[in-house]
Design a protein around this ligand. Structure first.
Ligand code: ATP
Ligand code: MG
Length: 329
């Protein structure tokens, strides 16, 4: 295995609200290795974005309660000052979002905004920055980059802005890139282009990527490893092959089944029955128990920890080793 670039250890991010404490992230641990694409997958509200916003230092605490450790270069970055975190964010860890417009200021040209990044984080002047910016815009597939340099964000299409946001993030050559649903807002063909682009750039720069999505289909081509989240916890970890070919947790199996059946458009939309428990009121036992066809008394009482089921596979389910495959009917 290559070197670990980030270690997240027992991370908890809680929010106090009128309805009680929201346990958005509740004891999440994972490692990110050099040059890998790690996908974080799970239904809406399971804590994917908050996990990564906490890594980026973008969750204000207090009021939020943050516990655990995030080790980068051997240092717990949760202890960094605001100023040091800002530096880390610009240069070492980059993030791209679902909505590219939010990353740009509508009042300034694309060229100016990329220049600001080069000035702040690389100490470049205008003359040296411009060729670097043009080259980067070319790399992400922007046609006529010299012309685009002097244009404004509203003059770009959504797909183009997404590419420019990727260019803006990668221009400082960060070690880690966090991509939070970067293609969800794009139409399907543009989505595929942006995913390909990310994969190629990742190879070229050897960046480690955390790729967040609720769509298991998107990651099958892209990721090296996949972690599945449910209700604030990671419930299964493996490489792509392990998740797709030999899924172990009933929730992962359900997600995969939904994905397959979705391809038959005229059939009823599949779903895993029931709802994710409220983040203010998680049960003591397995958080998936309510929705699981195989749930036992123990599952309702005790919360399962991740256990190693093979060299690369971990699953948090007491029923591992038993048949937890839904029967076709
Ligand atoms: N500032 C906040 N105060 C209270 N609760 C919050 C806050 N931010 C997020 N949450 C809650 O934390 C939980 C996790 O949210 P998060 O945004 O990480 O989900 P997600 O997995 O990224 O979902 P999606 O796929 O919809 O983006 C949700 O229950 C959400 O409502
Ligand atoms: Mg999210």
């Amino acid at each position: 295995m290559t070197e670990k670039v980030l270690e997240v250890k027992n991370l908890k991010t809680y929010f106090r609200t009128m309805e009680g404490t929201v346990k958005a992230v509740d004891g999440v641990s994972f490692d990110l290795y050099e040059g890998e694409i790690l996908a974080l997958v799970g239904e809406s509200g399971c804590g994917k974005s908050i996990t990564n916003m906490t890594i980026m230092g973008l969750v204000k605490s207090p009021p939020a309660i943050i516990e655990g450790e995030i080790l980068y270069n051997g240092k717990n970055i949760l202890e960094l000052s605001k100023e040091d975190y800002r530096k880390l964010r610009g240069k070492e860890i980059g993030m791209i979002f679902q909505e590219p417009m939010s990353a740009f200021d509508p009042l300034y040209t694309i060229g100016y905004q990329l220049f600001e990044v080069c000035k702040t984080h690389l100490g470049l002047n205008k003359k040296d920055a411009k060729p670097k910016i043009i080259e980067m815009l070319k790399k992400v597939g922007i046609p006529e980059p010299e012309k685009r340099f002097d244009e404004y964000p509203h003059e770009m299409s959504g797909g183009m802005l997404q590419r420019i946001m990727i260019a803006m993030t990668l221009i400082t050559n960060p070690k880690i890139l966090i991509a939070d649903e970067p293609t969800t807002a794009l139409d399907v063909t543009i989505q595929a282009q942006v995913l390909n682009l990310m994969k190629n750039l990742q190879k070229e720069f050897n960046t480690s990527i955390i790729f967040i999505t609720h769509d298991l289909g998107v990651v099958s081509e892209l990721a090296d490893r996949v972690h599945v989240m449910y209700a604030g916890k990671i419930i299964e970890k493996s490489d792509v092959y392990g998740i797709y070919e030999t899924p172990e947790h009933p929730y992962t199996k359900g997600l995969l089944a939904s994905r397959v059946i979705k391809e038959y458009k005229d059939r009823e939309l599949p779903h895993i029955p029931g709802f994710v428990p409220k983040a203010t009121n998680f049960p003591d036992g397995c958080r998936f128990a309510e929705r699981c066809s195989f749930c036992t008394e123990k599952c309702q009482k005790v919360s399962p920890e991740l256990i190693k089921t093979s060299e690369i596979h971990e699953t948090a389910c007491f029923l591992y080793g038993e048949d937890t495959n839904e029967k076709d009917n």
